[in-house]
Design a protein around this ligand. Structure first.
Ligand code: MD3
Ligand code: FE
Length: 216
């Protein structure tokens, strides 16, 4: 866990530009974290975390679930957004109001008014889990940003450019950080380095990441 988790945040640290269109809101979700976590646990009790297979037959090391009208699913036939959880045959759990509200406030703070996500992908990383460099481009309106919320153990986030050849920058994301990725950064390659072991006071030995998306 972070030594300084419960100290007040200096206001000048709160808004860090990462790249054109991408803004780190350092500690944006700290303070409300217990309520957020309770909402997430309620979602996960209805739609448990699971490890998807990629179309290439590889089992992803991060476990995933979703809330909201649409969810990201993967399998032998490819990946896509789907209204029903293939595990239960039921719609994904509704997006809890506190999560929707957080995503909207973060987007507004970063200059994207009226952000109304219809999908929230929940990723769980245990020590050693990673996410390879990829682009998120299956959402219809690429003018809408993606908002991400990091909780639990810190991660090294890899952030490249829209060209796969460019070497990614590395950013450390800690519990409570929110990043808004839009504009020229929307199609940047990105990923997560293998999670280092550790213990977080609220989440234990894991990291959760939520990404809020406008898919339709
Ligand atoms: C930059 N998740 O679920 S969140 C994903 O930490 C994903 O779990 C990572 O990449 C995670 O697809 C990273 C930050 C993020 C999300 C989407 C982006 C950064 C992005 C889209 C474009 C550019
Ligand atoms: Fe992504």
């Amino acid at each position: 866990m972070d030594l300084f988790d419960d100290l007040p945040l200096p206001p000048e640290a709160a808004l860090t530009p990462i790249a054109p269109g991408a803004v780190l809101l350092y500690g944006f979700a700290r303070g409300g974290d217990a309520a957020l976590l309770q909402a997430i646990e309620s979602v996960l009790s209805q739609a448990p975390l699971r490890h998807w297979q990629t179309p290439g037959g590889y089992t992803m090391s991060a476990a995933m679930s979703n809330c909201g009208p649409l969810g990201w699913v993967s399998g032998a036939s490819g990946y896509r957004y789907a209204a029903l959880d293939p595990l239960s045959g039921q719609p994904w759990p509704a997006m809890p109001a506190c999560l929707m509200d957080l995503a909207r406030r973060a987007a507004a703070q970063a200059g994207y008014a009226n952000f109304t996500p219809d999908a929230c992908l929940i990723n769980e990383y245990l020590p050693g889990a990673k996410l390879s460099l990829h682009q998120d481009k299956d959402e219809k309106d690429l003018r809408a940003p993606i908002v991400s919320l990091s909780l639990g153990l810190p991660a090294v986030f890899l952030f490249g450019t829209p060209s796969r050849k460019d070497r990614p920058q590395r950013w450390r994301l800690v519990h409570g950080d929110v990043v808004v990725w839009g504009g020229p950064s929307r199609l940047a390659y990105h990923g997560v380095a293998a999670l280092a072991d550790g213990e977080h006071a609220l989440l234990g030995r894991r990291r959760l990441n939520l990404t809020f998306r406008c898919v339709k």
